[in-house]
Design a protein around this ligand. Structure first.
Ligand code: HEC
Ligand code: HEC
Length: 509
């Protein structure tokens, strides 16, 4: 049994059921254990009221979902109703307990609870390929083990934003097709389709993802495109490959793919979904060791997100997680009140915030940062160079970056994922040369440009404790693995203490 101190009241939670307990409360300070497992999973069409505050326990502590502007009745609401033929809704893959994403832990417990019959596992993208026998859990391996849904992109790409329309400047060949969705008469580049496998990104905190910090995209060297309907500047921070640039495009992309709609959403539904997405905030609220995360006005909890201005660049003095630095100057009385363990944990998070911003290393061969713009290759900087938006950790300067998460030799060699050989037809790739291998070409599936292969849009960094695994291809199972990935990728040489501090910081977001 572990003792968690929640808002001054002590709650005993057995470790075995820690994920099965849901806290529902009307106000911030009267959380109580209300119901068990069934309440945790939101089934499409269950007609619940979505309250202003929803609290869910997880292995690190407790996540809070905050809905601004009052509760909503989800009856008939298109984010929650299974309007498509598959019995799914947006809520199927964007669950409140998982920071409006979906963890593999939840996916596996759903498989067990329904013997694989939940609409979540629909053949279209909830299996590795629709041609596989659907009752066999092996056919859903990428979803069950890595939390990945199949995303089918047209090949060659369709016209995209302001990019000049032209044939792709690279050739793509399939060298590994472990599940059949990249070859044969129906699938693969020769059939005009490429299947890649990706994590659901959190459908929350959207004002930060839509915020435009600069009118210029340094990662492409171009001005930002505008929404042709509204003339608003587009942030370019949605989806791994940026294929949708407004919430409306995004929801209709989801309708046609995940929900198997024949048409777009009707306009009332579009407005309702957009309204919900812009009101829902997710962040870790309580740490099991460190206690309340918004104590001393530190940087935790969704309330700060709901009330802060989006799109601010974290710069020296007010860096991306600088709120947590309040924990560097706790008084003796404050330390006594929370005890030595919580004090040590909070000091570690505060150090983590400084490491994220100040601990530099050589960032090399990462297209979007080291090319084509003038930062140089390598460039000495820290995590906050790329993850620089205050409160959220995505990038104020829009656009995509290739970390190597999906490109060899840096990617985790996963034989269960497809592998493509890329051959640049004009200029060689700025870092990989003329020919190289990727599991997901990322942004290049939208632009058709060889220099964009492997570029992925940065995710927001909130609610990480509720939604493992990480990176677009689920290659890091834990936050420890995320830190180990960076340590290897950029030869950083973090000490064990620095790693722990970064992990504690990220678990508090
Ligand atoms: C079958 C699972 C599934 C369903 C159903 C689903 N999504 Fe998603 N969602 C995903 C995946 C996977 C991604 C990431 C795709 C990518 O990056 O290419 C995503 C991404 C998103 C994003 C982008 C967030 C970001 O940070 O870029 C939003 C917003 C979103 N979904 C909203 C919705 C809405 C609204 C619906 C209902 C109309 C919906 N989703 C239905 C799986 C799903
Ligand atoms: C060169 C730019 C860059 C730097 C520097 C950088 N990141 Fe990232 N980060 C990215 C990109 C791009 C992604 C998305 C990659 C993907 O999903 O495949 C990402 C994703 C992440 C994620 C995954 C979030 C999720 O929802 O899955 C975490 C966590 C993260 N970074 C933490 C860090 C930490 C910690 C550091 C410092 C050690 C760091 N990043 C340094 C560009 C960068």
């Amino acid at each position: 049994m572990v003792l968690m101190r929640l808002f001054g009241l002590s709650v005993f939670v057995s470790l075995a059921v820690v994920t099965a307990v849901v806290f529902v409360s009307a106000k911030a300070d009267d959380s109580e254990v209300e119901t068990q497992l069934d309440e945790r999973w939101w089934s499409p069409g269950d007609g619940r009221v979505f309250p202003e505050i929803l609290d869910y326990s997880n292995a690190s502590g407790q996540l809070r979902i905050q809905l601004t502007g009052g509760e909503i009745d989800t009856n008939g609401h298109p984010f929650f109703e299974p309007y498509g033929p598959a019995g799914r809704a947006c809520i199927t893959c964007h669950q409140p307990s998982d920071a409006m994403s979906l963890s593999t832990e939840t996916i596996q417990s759903r498989w067990e609870a329904t013997n694989g019959q939940d609409p979540l596992f629909a053949a279209v993208d909830g299996s590795d390929c629709p041609i596989l026998p659907q009752d066999d859990p092996k056919s859903h391996r990428l979803l069950l083990e890595r939390g990945l849904f199949r995303i089918e992109r047209p090949w060659p790409p369709k016209p995209f934003l302001d990019f000049p329309e032209r044939a792709p400047d690279f050739k793509i060949e399939v060298v590994n097709d472990p599940n059949g969705c990249n070859s044969g008469p129906e699938f693969g580049p020769d059939a005009g389709k490429i299947s890649v496998y990706r994590r659901p990104r959190p459908a929350a905190n959207m004002k930060y993802l839509l915020a435009v910090g600069f009118e210029y995209d340094p990662k492409q060297g171009l001005g930002l495109p505008r929404d042709p309907e509204t003339n608003v500047l587009l942030s370019g921070n949605l989806l791994a490959d940026g294929r949708a640039s407004t919430l409306k495009d995004q929801m209709n992309d989801a309708a046609h793919s995940h929900l198997e709609f024949e048409t777009d959403f009707w306009s009332d539904a579009e407005a309702q979904i957009e309204d919900f997405l812009l009101r829902v905030y997710a962040a870790q609220q309580v740490d099991a060791v460190g206690g309340s995360l918004d104590d001393l006005d530190a940087g935790g909890g969704p309330d700060l997100l709901a009330t802060s201005e989006a799109g601010q660049l974290g710069s020296i003095g007010r860096a991306v997680w600088s709120e947590f630095e309040a924990w560097e100057t706790m008084t003796e009385a404050e330390k006594t009140a929370i005890g030595p363990e919580a004090t040590a944990w909070r000091e570690s998070v505060a150090r983590g915030a400084r490491i994220f911003r100040d601990r530099t290393f050589l960032i090399s061969d990462s297209a979007g940062i080291n090319s084509p713009i003038g930062f140089g290759n390598p460039v000495r900087n820290g995590c906050a160079f790329c993850h620089n938006m205050r409160q959220m950790g995505n990038d104020v300067a829009p656009g995509q970056v290739d970390l190597g998460t999906t490109v060899l030799p840096f990617a985790d060699p996963a034989p269960e994922l497809p592998l493509f050989r890329i051959t640049c037809l004009d200029e060689p790739h700025p870092h990989y040369g003329r020919e190289f291998f990727t599991q997901d070409p990322g942004f290049a599936l939208s632009t058709g440009k060889c220099a964009d292969v492997g570029k992925i849009t940065l995710q927001s960094m909130r609610g990480l404790s509720a939604r493992a695994p990480f990176f677009s291809n689920g290659s890091s199972e834990t936050l420890q693995e995320v830190v180990e990935f960076y340590d290897r990728r950029y030869n950083i040489g973090y000490s064990e203490q620095e790693k722990t501090d970064l992990i504690n910081l990220m678990s508090a977001l």
